[in-house]
Design a protein around this ligand. Structure first.
Ligand code: HEC
Length: 463
């Protein structure tokens, strides 16, 4: 009985194995007939255009173009490596926490598809139907600006391994007063330009006879600010200051430009004016370099309807970092910033900022009723990629909410980004923006909330 039972169990096992093999063979046959080889034009190009090409384009940050089959196929192995290790596309924000407009993040399926394209033999597919290089570049380079404002002299950066801070004037004269929709800063040397804040000086045309007199830039540490303004000849003829529109354009490492929806932002500009950069910061470099960063200005036919405002909290901001941002050598420390939102706002962009030894960044708001609004989480801070993150649609934060920001810093030798070895005390220092000092900030740009804002998309806005 016992033996018989064993025998039956054994044969049942064999029979069920055979049965399973037959079934799975048939299933495989069916699968084979439905899985088609992955083709470049049909399957891969759309992924690359969306996630890679805006930087991998002549004149952009990356060292080579990724636009055509001939650009991409020879680099397939390297591409597989960088996407598998999440080195590219650079996107420090945690996409499992919040999604943003125009985010460049590859899904697991997209990575698998690129791998399969490689194992299938890099098949080109019907490339004749792809947009031409020129068409793609046009889309990626956005609109044609109405005005380009450049410094008449390039900036000189000396290779002394020190940060360089310039105060800059970039004057312009146009035929008539008009309205501006957007201003884009185009960094010349993307590896060196660290950050920039631009304000717009709006001269009374009758009070400024020569816009182009004086120096175009001076070293920020050289002298006091009044002297700097004199050297730049910023004043009007009667020695009064011209009206200034503050913070018309900002830049951080790796930041990408995008338009706001047509009904949002903008301001009038005078026919005689100048960009005033109180801070054009170049990071340290061992090589002498010239930089020709410039502005692209896009006009608007009509006056602005909803001007954009911003608030900055943390270092140099309206609420402090707690405790004071001091990270002793060989320590890891956590800091907080808190802010009570005084009115209903619609958030347009969320701009986290830290320097080299920042490790993690997390911001959210708690509504008066206790619900949480997720803002951003960055599990592995990366100084190289500091974006102006835009929610997919305008994001309402109601009056009375509290924004909380938590940041951690690692000042040990275990942190490969530590600029000092052995580690030294690093701190925020009188608002010093030197890369080797630290900062902890959140900047939010917004418009006062209006009913229906939640439906206004910030994705792929046309010029
Ligand atoms: C935000 C801009 C940006 C985006 C988006 C981007 N890259 Fe890059 N990429 C760069 C820069 C800049 C470099 C140069 C290396 C560096 O500075 O880190 C680079 C380098 C590379 C390299 C060379 C790496 C090496 O070690 O030589 C590869 C390969 C690459 N990128 C592939 C991609 C792919 C594939 C995508 C899209 C899935 C992508 N990149 C998206 C900016 C970008």
């Amino acid at each position: 009985m016992n033996n018989l039972f064993k025998f039956t169990k054994h044969s049942l096992f064999i029979i069920s194995c055979l049965f399973w093999m037959v079934i799975s063979c048939r299933q495989n046959e069916q699968k084979k007939s439905t899985i088609e080889p992955v083709l470049f034009a049909e399957n891969i190009a759309p992924i690359i255009f969306k996630n890679c090409s805006k930087c991998h384009l002549d004149g952009e940050a990356a060292p080579f173009s990724l636009l055509t089959y001939n650009d991409i196929a020879p680099k397939a192995k390297l591409i597989e490596y960088v996407i598998s290790h999440k080195i590219m596309p650079p996107w420090p924000a945690d996409a499992d926490y919040t999604h943003f407009a125009n985010e460049t993040v590859l899904s697991g399926e997209e990575i698998e598809l690129i791998r399969k394209w490689i194992t299938d033999g890099l098949l080109p597919g019907d490339t004749a139907h792809l947009k031409s290089n020129e068409q793609i570049k046009k889309v990626l380079n956005l609109g044609k600006p109405d005005l380009i404002v450049k410094s008449p002299q390039p900036f000189k950066v000396s290779g002394n391994n020190q940060d360089l801070f310039l105060v800059v004037k970039m004057p312009y004269e146009i035929p008539k007063d008009t309205f501006v929709r957007a201003i884009e800063f185009v960094p010349g040397n993307k590896r060196l330009v660290h950050h920039m804040n631009a304000h717009l000086l709006q001269y009374d045309p009758t009070k400024k006879s020569n816009l182009f007199d004086g120096k175009y830039w001076v070293n920020q540490n050289q002298s006091n600010s009044q002297l700097v303004h004199k050297e730049l000849n910023l004043m009007q003829d009667d020695d009064t200051y011209p009206p200034m529109t503050p913070s018309v354009c900002n830049y951080l490492p790796g930041a990408q430009f995008s338009f706001y929806p047509k009904e949002i932002g903008g301001y009038p500009i005078s026919r005689k004016g100048a960009f005033y950069l109180n801070d054009l910061h170049f990071g340290p470099t061992p090589f002498d370099a010239l930089d020709s960063s410039y502005f692209k200005v896009y006009y608007n036919a009509t006056p602005p309807k909803r001007p954009v405002s911003e608030f900055q909290i943390g270092t140099l901001g309206i609420t402090p970092v707690e405790p004071t941002l001091i990270i002793p050598a060989n320590e890891k420390k956590t800091f907080h910033i808190k802010f009570n939102v005084p009115q209903d706002i619609s958030v347009i962009s969320i701009i986290p900022h830290m320097h080299l030894i920042g490790k993690t960044y997390w911001a959210y708001a708690i509504k008066p009723g206790g619900d949480t609004i997720r803002l951003i989480r960055i599990p592995q801070w990366d100084f190289r990629w500091q974006y102006f993150y835009q929610p997919k649609t305008l994001l309402k934060i109601p009056m009375g909410s509290t924004i909380y920001v938590e940041g951690t810093y690692d000042n040990t030798t275990a942190n490969p980004e530590n600029p000092f070895n052995p580690p030294r005390l690093i701190r925020e220092r009188n608002g010093s923006m030197r890369t080797t000092d630290e900062m902890f900030q959140l900047i939010i740009t917004y418009v006062p909330y209006k009913k229906g804002d939640e439906a206004i998309s910030l994705e792929n806005i046309e010029p």
